[in-house]
Ligand binder design. Sequence first.
Ligand SMILES: NC(=O)c1ccc[n+]([C@@H]2O[C@H](COP(=O)([O-])OP(=O)(O)OC[C@H]3O[C@@H](n4cnc5c(N)ncnc54)[C@H](OP(=O)(O)O)[C@@H]3O)[C@@H](O)[C@H]2O)c1
Length: 340
Amino acid sequence: MGYKVAVVGATGNVGREMLNILAERQFPVDEIAALASRRSLGSECSFGDKTLKTLDLDTFDFTGWDIALFAIGSDATKQYAPKAAKAGCVVIDNSSLYRYDPDVPLIVPEVNADAITGYSKKNIIANPNCSTAQMVVALKPLHDRARIKRVVVSTYQSVSGSGKDAMDELWNQTKGMYVPGQEVEPSVYPKQIAFNVIPHIDVFLDDGSTKEEWKMVAETKKIVDPKIKVTATCVRVPVFVGHSEAINIEFEEFLDEDEARDILREAPGVMVVDKRENGGYVTPVECVGDFATFISRIRQDSTIENGLNIWVVSDNLRKGAALNAVQIAEVLGQRVLKKG
Ligand SMILES: NC(=O)c1ccc[n+]([C@@H]2O[C@H](COP(=O)([O-])OP(=O)(O)OC[C@H]3O[C@@H](n4cnc5c(N)ncnc54)[C@H](OP(=O)(O)O)[C@@H]3O)[C@@H](O)[C@H]2O)c1
C-alpha cells in the first residue's frame, strides 16, 4: 500500500522536479495529484511515463490525502497549506513561510532527520532555502568531528532559484545581446543578469544584509547548531541551474584537510571530486540532474587557527528543493506514516 500524494505548484521549476524525483526514486504512490493555479487548469505534467492533467489548487479537497509537497510562493502557501494540514494531509513546504516557526521542524534528512517528530504540532514540515540545504550537508559531518565555530560563505546562485520567469529573463537577455533592437530590460532582477553578477538576493534588511543571507544564518542554526556563527554574501550569477558556494570554516579543533576529505567521502548525500589539476573539481553545469552535493577544493586555511576552505556545488532544484522535500516524505513514510 502506498500514499496519496499531491504536488502543489506542479507546473513550476520545483514542482516539476518533485514529480520527476518521486518517479525516479519510486516513492510508493497510490494516487498522485498535480495542482497549480487556475491559470494552469488542464495543462499537462509528466510523472514517470504517465501524463497528469493539472488541477486547480483553489477547489482541491485534501481530505484523505497523505502528503502534500508544496512549491508555491509564501503568500499562496499561507492561504492553502493550513487548509491541507487541517484536512489531515501532512504538508512539506518549500517556501520560507514556516521555516523559522518553532512549531515546525526544518529538515535536511542527512543532517537532522530525527527532528521530524515535531511535525505533528501543525502537520507541517519545512524545507530549507536552497543555499542552506547544500551547505549544511557539507558542514554537518565536519562539525561532528571538529565543532564549527564560524562560517564565512559566498554563494554563486543560479537563476532557476528565482523561478521559471527568471530563467526566461536570462535566456532572452542573452539572446537579445546579439540582436540590435531586441535588448531585454531587467524585470525579475533589479539589474541585467546576462553576462553579469548581482550581489543582491531577496530584500535588504536594516543591517545592510539581505534576507537570503539572513536565511542562511538562521537556518544553519536551526538545522545544525545554534552556536555556529555564519556570515554570508549571496550573489546571483548567469547560470541556469546549480548553486555554488565558497565556504571558509573555522573549527574549535584542528582538522587536517586529508581527514576532512575522508570524512566528506563517507558523508551521506556527498560526492567528493577533489583533484588538484585542471578540471579536477565540479562546476554547476555538471551537477544538474544529480542527487549529490559535490565538494571540491578542500584545503587548509592557514590564515586562521583551525581553518578549512571548501567549494560546494549542487542542483538547487533538487537538493535545494525538490529532492530534499521527497527525502523528507521518505523519512515521514518510514518513521511516521508507515504505509509504503
Ligand atoms: N527554485 C528553487 O531553487 C527553490 C529552492 C527552494 C525553495 N523554493 C521555493 O519553492 C517555491 C516555488 O518555486 P519555483 O522556483 O518552482 O517557482 P515557479 O517556477 O515560479 O513556479 C511557481 C509555481 O507555483 C504555482 N502558483 C503560484 N501562485 C499560485 C497560486 N496562487 N495558487 C496555486 N498555484 C500557484 C505556479 O502555478 P502556475 O503555473 O499555475 O502559475 C507554479 O506551479 C517558492 O516558494 C520558492 O521560494 C525554490
